[in-house]
Design a protein around this ligand. Structure first.
Ligand code: GLV
Ligand code: MN
Ligand code: MN
Length: 414
């Protein structure tokens, strides 16, 4: 069969993307759909309902990862999985994650309604807490799904009110003591469709990115403790102002990252909290995050050590108490050559222009790479904007991505 004689139904994809964007806590200021929020609940129900309409067999694990299965001809064969995430960062965009969820759903709907029978079962997976916005570590759903994280990790990761993901999952109506046992699953491949989130495809006027390597990442939480005192009455030489120390450290982080020979390493301090956060009190406590990433493992490790030592030195010099906690990490990943080849063949058959490229953003499929053949497809992001209300990918580009996902999945499953 010439696979690309079938096309996905783009009207249905557009409807789903638009509908999901309504489940949003910040209308008019990007999309905010945090894990276990009411908006998340509504988005999950919408997708589960769509899966039910197409008779998928649905399983939800103890923290809320959703899997919908369409049986193949041979029950003994491993599943070909596809999917992504529904959670967003605060004031994020409409396409990050959603394109892979809706695209994967649409591929399975197309296969089912055209009565195309595949040898392998097909599974749509929706991972919970990919962004790490609520519980302080990215890719939690896929880490639990693959057994990298256990219940203790779920108890360790807390939200801003100090409640653990374990407690919040219970409040959300889940049973976090029950996890999907990945060791009992037979997975042949996992392939994720995602927006690029950078400018490479647009700049080169290309339709598709086929991903080679995904950057590794480390997330740190840095706590500094000084002394609160009167902003008017305390002379400058008698202060332990931790916000000043934090600013020195943050500037040094940028210097260290810029000086790295890697050429691909990036570092970001994106969240900072200060206490008591009052104009006329010298700051006593500062907490900030560090997001450090590189496709080069050695550079990531070395830079991370250098930054840790530097924080130690600056705190010693300033007689400041500090702690540095590693909140989460993932290694740089090389994706499956077999899947790259399959995607490339499908792109050539459809006459889509493409590029083999790396991903600076992390993705759940990178975690799945430890247990199965893993592949990642990109569609262009306008102006390279993402994690931003202005994030945009045209429906023409999304349609190409969905059709490429369809053809690649059919290659892998028949
Ligand atoms: C996830 O979107 C990340 O790369 O931060
Ligand atoms: Mn994403
Ligand atoms: Mn994201």
């Amino acid at each position: 069969m010439n696979e690309h004689t079938r096309d996905i139904n783009m009207a249905r994809v557009e409807r789903d993307i638009e509908k999901l964007s309504e489940f949003n806590a910040t209308p008019g200021d990007g999309i905010t759909r945090l894990t276990y929020s009411e908006e998340d609940d509504r988005a999950r129900k919408y997708i589960i309902n769509e899966m039910k309409n197409f008779d998928l067999n649905i399983e939800v694990d103890g923290i809320g990862n959703i899997v919908g299965k369409l049986e193949g001809q041979d029950q003994s064969l491993g599943s070909v999985m596809t999917g992504s995430h529904l959670d967003t960062v605060k004031n994020g965009g409409k396409y990050d994650g959603v394109v892979g969820v809706v695209g994967g759903l649409e591929v399975i709907r197309t296969i089912k309604e055209n009565n195309i029978s595949t040898e392998n079962p097909l599974e749509l997976i929706i991972f919970v807490e990919e962004e790490g916005t609520t519980f302080g570590s990215t890719l939690i759903g896929s880490k639990v799904f693959t057994g990298k994280y256990n219940i203790e990790d779920i108890k360790r990761h807390k939200d801003q009110d100090g409640k653990s993901m374990y407690e919040r999952a219970k409040e959300f109506g889940l049973n976090p003591d029950k996890m999907i046992e990945t060791k009992d699953r037979n997975i042949k491949a996992m392939i994720e469709l995602h927006i690029e989130q950078s400018i490479v495809l647009e700049k080169n006027n290309l339709n598709i990115g086929i991903v080679d390597d995904i950057a590794g990442m480390k997330w740190f939480n840095v706590n500094l403790r000084g002394e609160a005192n009167h902003a008017g009455a305390t002379p400058m030489n008698l202060r332990k102002d931790v916000l000043v120390v934090a600013s020195e450290i943050i500037k040094e982080i940028q210097n260290i990252v810029n000086k790295s020979k890697s050429g691909s390493i990036v570092g970001t301090v994106g969240k900072i909290d200060c206490e008591p956060n009052v104009p006329n009190v010298i700051p006593e406590k500062v907490n900030f995050t560090l997001d450090l990433r590189d496709v080069n493992k050695q550079a990531l490790e070395e830079t991370s050590k250098r930054i840790n030592n530097n924080i130690k030195e600056i705190c010693h010099e300033n007689e400041i108490d500090y702690s540095i906690e590693l909140m989460g990490e993932s290694s740089p990943i090389q994706l499956s050559n077999k899947l790259k080849k399959a995607a490339r063949k499908s792109a050539e058959e459809r006459d889509y222009s493409f590029k083999i490229m790396n991903s600076g953003a992390v993705h759940d499929v990178g975690i799945l790479a430890d247990i199965t053949e893993a592949g990642l497809l990109f569609v262009p992001s306008v102006d390279g904007k993402s994690h931003n209300p202005e994030e945009f990918t045209s429906y023409v580009d999304i349609e190409r991505g969905c059709n490429l996902l369809l053809d690649t999945i059919l290659q892998l499953s028949t």
